[in-house]
Design a protein around this ligand. Structure first.
Ligand SMILES: Cc1cc2nc3c(=O)[nH]c(=O)nc-3n(C[C@H](O)[C@H](O)[C@H](O)COP(=O)(O)OP(=O)(O)OC[C@H]3O[C@@H](n4cnc5c(N)ncnc54)[C@H](O)[C@@H]3O)c2cc1C
Length: 471
């Protein structure tokens, strides 16, 4: 509980209406997206300006109050969970939601942390520009959360992670100072590039309040194809051909197992099988270009035609309309939904070097089957950047309750193989409080030591999102 004196001071700083302490008012902010953990913040604060954020942080530092920054709360690793008894406060950034500046000539936009990602995309589009961060949660996740988790998503292959889209940052530091690093320069080699410390830091080093982002020319033509293949090895070979064949205009390349189509039929009641040939694996790929006309489609038809002739691809269909394109994407977007509907599945977020994907998948699938015969792995994801959500459903005949106790062992089988392949146990979701212990075992000790030193330097009293990323 916060003392009456501290509550009064917080109310006078940001207004009583923006200090939530009643259980009913707090509850919507205290949900864990994965519904694995309970979150118990003592209060939710909703500052409306950068100065208010800085004043809260100063007060928190003076009184040793743990602060957990929060955006749209769509994170998947418990990054905004407040552990009971810690007295942690949620600092919700949703009222900092202005687009401060959009400069079409500079191809930049300066946005506050509480802007919803889809709204940034729309603002860019309104100025005939393109902001290419795109993920399933884009209708509710916020820029501060995207940058603090260094989000990936479906366009990373072409445009990079969230980190690659940032030119400048504004951050409230754990001592209450505001660092205005909102530069919009493409070139600036004046010493250490400090913004990278805060990108991907999951709120443990400070609070991002605004960022200057790169914009791109708006694609005029987007061509989408669903391709059926017999193996992940064929998918990796197709990826290499499609990248060079399009002059690197490939913007998405998503691998899916047959489970995406059968599961959608059986568990979601959707019956959409776009290819006449039944294939064990599928790739949903997209080529985007600023050029108009049929050049992009001709190029893609040529690449797929060659791949069919070589026997690399079993079957393929190109979307003929925006409606068909949406229907193809629904298959990919349905996979997390299938994961929930199966009532008993383990979720992972791993990456390995692209060339290692086929061996990684065949070894891990064999190891899982040896551990539990009948288990149903359904690996999918942004394979164009080596990122696989190597998820696993319970055997059809096994009860959910009997499967649940195996979750840690199944994750360990997958992660062991990831590390053997030189991969990462968190490709795009971050560490939160769920992978802290595992990361400590997997990372180079020197790297971990440097991370702890950076944390101690910036946040010596440990008020910024304690227990996340580092112990
Ligand atoms: C359906 C669905 C699909 C998803 N798809 C993807 C995907 O394809 N790729 C991907 O990378 N992720 C994906 N995610 C995960 C999630 O959407 C992203 O991690 C997103 O970037 C989190 O943004 P948020 O605003 O919800 O952050 P939150 O969940 O609110 O916070 C995430 C972390 O960032 C910190 N934080 C939040 N705001 C700030 C701030 N202003 N300053 C400092 N720290 C802050 C929090 O303390 C926490 O540690 C998906 C999630 C869902 C539910």
């Amino acid at each position: 509980m916060l003392s009456p004196d501290l509550l009064d001071r917080l109310r006078s700083l940001i207004g009583a209406a923006h200090v939530l302490t009643e259980a009913d008012a707090i509850a919507p902010f205290a949900q864990d997206q994965r519904q694995i953990q309970q979150s118990h913040p003592v209060a939710v604060l909703k500052p409306g300006t950068v100065e208010e954020v800085a004043a809260i942080v100063t007060l928190a530092r003076e009184n040793a109050l743990p602060l957990i920054p929060q955006g749209g709360n769509t994170g998947l690793v418990g990054g905004t969970v407040a552990v009971a008894g810690t007295g942690a406060i949620l600092l919700n950034l949703s009222r900092l939601n202005r687009i401060r500046d959009l400069d079409a000539a500079d191809y930049t936009v300066t946005v506050e942390a509480g802007c919803i990602l889809a709204e940034i995309q729309q603002a860019a589009s309104g100025a005939d520009r393109y902001f290419p961060l795109s993920l399933g949660a884009e209708g509710s996740c916020m820029l501060g959360g995207n940058l603090s988790t260094n989000a990936g998503g479906i366009l990373t292959l072409r445009y990079g992670n969230a980190r690659d889209l940032v030119l400048g940052l504004e951050v409230v530091l754990p001592d209450g100072r505001v660092w205005n690093g909102l530069r919009r320069l493409r070139k600036d080699n004046t010493g250490y590039d400090l913004k990278h410390l805060f990108l991907g830091a999951e709120g443990t080093l400070g609070i991002i309040t605004a960022a200057t982002l790169k914009l791109y020319p708006k694609p005029r033509r987007v061509e989408t194809a669903l391709v059926g293949l017999d193996s992940p090895a064929a998918a990796v070979a197709l990826l290499a051909q499609a990248r060079s064949g399009t002059g690197d205009m490939l913007s998405a390349f998503e691998l899916m197992p047959r489970f995406a189509i059968d599961g959608a039929r059986e568990l979601l009641g959707r019956d959409h099988d776009p290819l006449p040939t039944r294939c064990p694996w599928y790739v949903l790929l997209e080529v985007a270009s600023g050029l108009d006309g049929t050049i992009v489609r001709d190029m893609l038809e040529g690449i797929l035609g060659d791949a069919l002739e070589q026997g690399l691809v079993m079957d393929a269909v190109l979307a003929e309309s925006e409606d068909q394109r949406r229907r193809l994407w629904l298959i990919r977007e349905g996979l997390p939904e299938i994961g929930r509907a199966v009532r008993g599945s383990v979720h992972t977020d791993v990456s390995v070097p692209i060339s290692r994907i086929p061996d990684f998948l065949s070894t891990v699938m064999a190891n899982l089957e040896a551990y539990m015969p009948g288990i149903r792995p359904y690996p999918f994801g942004h394979v164009g950047d080596g990122n696989i959500h190597c998820n696993v459903a319970r055997p059809a005949a096994m009860a959910t309750e009997d499967f649940k106790p195996h979750a840690d062992a199944i994750t360990a089988i997958i992660h062991e193989q990831v590390l053997a392949e030189g991969g990462s146990i968190s490709a795009e979701h971050g560490i939160g409080n769920r992978k802290v212990a595992e990361m400590a075992l997997a990372k180079d000790p020197v790297e971990l030591d440097l991370m702890r030193q950076v944390k101690a330097l910036l946040d010596p009293t440990g008020i910024m999102n304690p227990g996340k990323v580092l112990e």
